[in-house]
Write a protein that binds this ligand. Structure first.
Ligand SMILES: [Fe+2]
Length: 206
């Protein structure tokens, strides 16, 4: 695909994300929208990531059906960019730490960030996937973080709270170094994530 077409597709996805997120409210929504507003999204700054895939992508079609029910623009934007996404895993994670099968059921990519389509200025926006029956257990990082799931029936917790089911579109905001965890049930998870500052330090498991 020519770079100008990729540029159009990434603009469409980011605009769809921004328009929909503006219909929600809260500290995390405001923080991400402010960083997005400040982001250089001009054609001259577009990057073309080297695409990669991961085993967890076997669930993407299923997730996109549900994402389509949440927002048609977002789901079609992800579909259009799909051949160009660079799916990655945090190097420190393995099945011994996170449970047998985790690595086959986990991955993330950046839309904005050094491995995405625009280099973020200490700002990351991307997608995360988990397969069914996974527990991304307690971890923390200095970056304030928004999760905005596009699929339902996943459980989330912060600090000492119990794991609580959250529907698609829930605004999940983690302040710096808050301990948090995510668990999937029968369905896989596709979610937007964003780190709005202090992005240099990776997440640490507890
Ligand atoms: Fe996190």
């Amino acid at each position: 695909m020519p770079t100008n077409k990729i540029f159009e597709n990434v603009q469409f996805l980011i605009e769809s994300f921004e328009v929909k997120l503006k219909t929600f409210s809260g500290e995390g929504v405001d923080a991400v929208l402010a960083r997005l507003h400040a982001q250089d999204r001009s054609a001259t700054s577009v990057l073309v990531p080297e695409p990669t895939t991961l085993p967890v992508l076997r669930y993407l079609d299923q997730c996109l059906v549900e994402a389509h029910n949440f927002d048609v623009g977002i789901a079609s934007g992800i579909s259009a960019l799909r051949p160009h996404l660079q799916w990655r895993q945090s190097k420190a994670y393995n099945d011994a730490l996170l449970g047998t099968g985790f690595i086959e059921n986990y991955g993330w990519c950046e839309i904005i960030g050094p491995r995405g389509f625009f280099p973020g200025d200490d700002f990351l926006l991307g997608l995360l996937m988990l397969g069914p029956s996974q527990h991304y257990r307690d971890h923390f990082h200095p970056a304030p973080e928004l999760y905005w799931p596009l699929t339902s029936a996943t459980e989330w917790r912060m600090s000492e709270e119990p794991l609580t089911p959250k529907p698609a579109g829930s605004v999940i905001w983690h302040r710096p170094n808050v301990i948090h965890a995510t668990r999937t049930g029968v369905a896989p998870l596709l979610t937007f994530w964003s780190w709005t500052q202090d992005t240099a330090t990776p997440a640490r498991l507890l």
